[in-house]
Design a protein around this ligand. Structure first.
Ligand code: UGA
Length: 453
């Protein structure tokens, strides 16, 4: 490791999206940060000052802080422990088949850090940043640490929870300027240390217990997802009532008790977090003997909404059998190549089920989408699933288009290009295009929550 800062640096273990964004945000606030990840390729890239993933603003900050020495990387957990008095753990907690979270990466990290701590004594604070269900830090992480360190919680070491609220695409901005910082601690020493680390962020620090902090993370994501499903359910009513849901929800959001954010109707939410977190919370609640009618419904509405987009296309054409549909936008939101849990998968499934042929296009996410298809699907479907290399290629030869994700490229495409569609019909699930301009060009426009008022 190059010039390790001694003793009082901040450690970050697990350098995925959250870990790197967290590390650069601390470095940017003037702190010394040491990172570690088990992935050698990732570490090699970071040591050279190169961000191994794309996120706006990330590569500049990684390069700047590696150069100025505030951000360095340890070759082993022991090196990291030697350099730090506080270590943030941001390893993945993926979904297991039954919806619960898989804690194996966190357990491994706790063991590695615990044994390294036993070889490098002195009080340290271990902070769980990974998303974990209520109770995990105190009931799983802390006992594993105690066992491996041979020390006692509170005197030999302390644990804390510090959930992240970073959204993809704005991760760096969110990490640098968090609207609130939630820390879950068990002693004053940990509270003082975490508050001093976050002092430079000028954000409100909410102090809770570790278990309460863990619940804040799940409650926040469940609330956001529920707002989206709520907007989508109201959008179906707007369609029946013959009105446009967008101005309706804008007016609803003007009530300061409600607020207008996160109420855009569309094809439903995707991404690596909402569905995973809600499933984990439901599984945790069930194991605790609780019913979760509201957040369970959030997932049901979300699944139906993506299928409803296909229904809108079917109802507007009188059947999709034998039709060729250009499905545009494969990532879960624009400006990312991330296709995890993208609604595009559900839409493709439904289109194939309704015996349509699908031509897929995305400016950056095609490869990720292909990799995320269930094994063998592309082969099994034979000639009914195509990947187009440009928007024009996807439109040419297709009967209709469905926009799943509102990429700027679609917005900027000359209106005349949409006339390439044989049925001259666009189903725009995200209000990407100018419907009046399309109408002037003889292209029909259908959208989620757009009743014919
Ligand atoms: C989400 C949360 O916003 C973050 O605060 C949280 O930290 C993160 O999960 C996580 O747990 O790690 P993210 O999944 O990156 O972040 O993306 P969002 O911007 O929240 O969007 C999620 C989905 O909801 C997208 O598919 C988006 O298109 C959809 N959405 C969002 C709507 O359909 N309507 C809206 O009004 C807002």
């Amino acid at each position: 490791m190059k010039r390790p800062p001694q003793g009082r640096a901040i450690g970050v273990v697990g350098l995925g999206y959250v870990g790197i964004a967290t590390a650069v945000s601390f470095a940017n606030s003037g702190k010394k940060v040491v990172g570690y990840d088990v992935d050698d390729e990732r570490m090699m890239s970071l040591k050279k000052g190169k961000a191994p993933i794309f996120e706006p603003g990330l590569s500049e900050l990684v390069s700047r802080h590696v150069k100025n020495g505030r951000l360095s990387f340890a070759d082993s957990v022991d090196d990291l422990i030697g350099a730090c008095n506080v270590i943030f753990i941001a390893v993945p907690t993926p979904s297991a088949k039954d919806g619960t979270i898989d804690l194996s990466f966190l357990k491994q990290a706790a063991q590695d850090l615990g044994y390294a701590q036993s070889r490098n004594p002195g009080w340290r604070l271990f902070v769980v940043k990974s998303t974990v269900v209520p109770g995990t830090t105190m009931n799983d992480f802390a006992p594993t640490m105690a066992k491996c360190t041979g020390g006692t919680l509170g005197t030999g070491f302390s644990v804390a929870s510090n959930p992240e609220f970073l959204a993809e695409g704005t991760m760096v901005e969110d990490a640098l300027h968090p609207p609130r910082i939630v820390i879950g601690i068990t002693d004053e020493k940990s509270e003082k240390l975490l508050k001093s680390i976050y002092a430079g962020f000028h954000s409100k620090v909410v102090v809770l217990s570790p278990t309460a902090a863990e619940l804040v993370k799940y409650a926040s994501n469940s609330m956001l997802a529920t707002r989206v499903s709520f907007a989508n359910e109201i959008s179906r009513m707007a369609e029946k009532a013959g009105v446009d849901v967008y101005p309706v929800l804008d007016a609803v959001g003007m009530d300061p008790r409600i607020g207008g954010k996160f109420m855009r109707a569309g094809p439903g939410f995707g991404g690596s977090c909402f569905t995973k977190d809600i499933k984990a919370l439901i599984a945790w609640a069930k194991a605790s003997g609780l019913e979760t009618s509201l957040i369970s419904a959030t997932l049901d509405v979300n699944d139906r909404q993506a299928r409803h987009v296909v229904d809108l296309a079917r109802e507007s054409t009188g059947g999709l059998k034998g039709k060729r549909v250009a499905l545009l936008g494969l990532s879960f939101k624009p400006d990312t190549s991330d296709t995890r849990d993208s609604r595009a998968y559900t839409i493709v499934e439904e289109l194939l089920w309704q015996e349509a042929t699908v031509s897929l296009y995305d400016p950056v996410a095609v490869e990720n989408f292909r990799r995320g298809l269930p094994h063998g699907v592309a082969d099994e479907i034979g000639g009914r699933l195509f990947f187009a290399s440009s928007l024009k290629e996807a439109l040419r030869g297709s009967d209709i288009a469905i926009i799943q994700c509102d990429w700027e490229e679609f917005r900027r495409t000359p209106t005349a290009n949409w006339k390439l569609l044989k049925d001259k019909l666009v189903v725009d699930s995200r209000r990407t295009l100018d419907r009046k301009a399309l109408a002037r060009n003889g292209v029909r426009y259908v959208s989620v929550g757009l009743g014919l008022d």
